[in-house]
Design a protein. Structure first.
Length: 239
């Protein structure tokens, strides 16, 4: 696999490494509909990393629990969650521009008002735009597993990033992960079980059943039919 392909896969799959900056504005497969959606909806729903620390009470015009999703793909499940939980405000981060366009289109069609979107590197958004102790939930669903052993270091769930994420969660806030790669599930469990300040919400101290708030995707339904497993992990910030 070439370096270029790895970085492109990173950008498209919600894995965030510094090198993918060149892909942030890459629009290779942007359809006219996606481009039009960005043009029409970005002024209302788009957030800019360059604007720095964000006051989300001003952004949304209210104080409500904040849910942030890293790498929302095409955004269908994120929009669905925002519709189902109108009492919460949602922030999505995605570097793949066609996904941003589709998400904005879906949100506009469904008249969703409690969703805002960053088109930027998640690590930098966390560092520069999210105040400490403010998030009720962070979601990471089906990130790139980097299944080859030599690429495991590129997985976003690593001790250093987990502690940066911890500082942004409020006490009692939850980091919710889901993956269909058993090896990555085991990696997530190992990293999170050793992470300071977190408690596993699983009764068996490993995985939890899919919570109602996480929509079942078509991809996941197909996986179930083929006998593929999906693992959900939910860790609460306790200190």
């Amino acid at each position: 696999m070439s370096q270029f392909k790895s970085e492109q896969e990173a950008a498209e799959s919600g894995v965030y490494i510094r090198k993918i900056q060149s892909f942030v504005k890459r629009e290779g497969r942007l359809t006219s509909g996606q481009a039009k959606s960005i043009e029409q909806n970005w002024p209302v729903m788009g957030l800019e990393h360059k604007n720095g620390m964000q006051n989300f009470a001003d952004t949304f015009g209210r104080v409500a629990p904040l849910v942030l999703e890293i790498g929302f793909g095409m955004g269908k499940s994120l929009v669905e969650m925002a519709l189902k939980e109108p009492d919460k405000d949602f922030i999505g981060i995605e570097v793949h521009r066609p996904g941003v366009g589709t998400c904005l289109s879906e949100a506009a069609e469904n008249n969703v008002h409690n969703l805002r979107v960053y088109e930027h590197d998640a690590v930098e958004v966390f560092a520069d735009c999210i105040a400490d102790n403010t998030l009720a939930r962070v979601q990471l669903f089906f990130p790139d597993p980097w299944h080859k052993k030599r690429h495991h270091k590129r997985r976003i769930v690593q001790p250093d990033f987990v502690q940066k994420l911890r500082s942004k969660l409020a006490i009692g806030g939850v980091f919710h992960m889901a993956t269909d790669w058993e090896n990555y599930a085991e990696h997530m469990l190992e990293v999170m079980s050793a992470a300071e300040g977190f408690k596993n919400q699983s009764d068996t101290n490993d995985y939890v059943p899919r919570p109602e708030q996480r929509p079942l995707t078509k991809f996941e339904q197909r996986g179930h039919r083929l006998g593929h497993g999906v693992w959900d992990l939910m860790f609460e910030r306790v200190s």
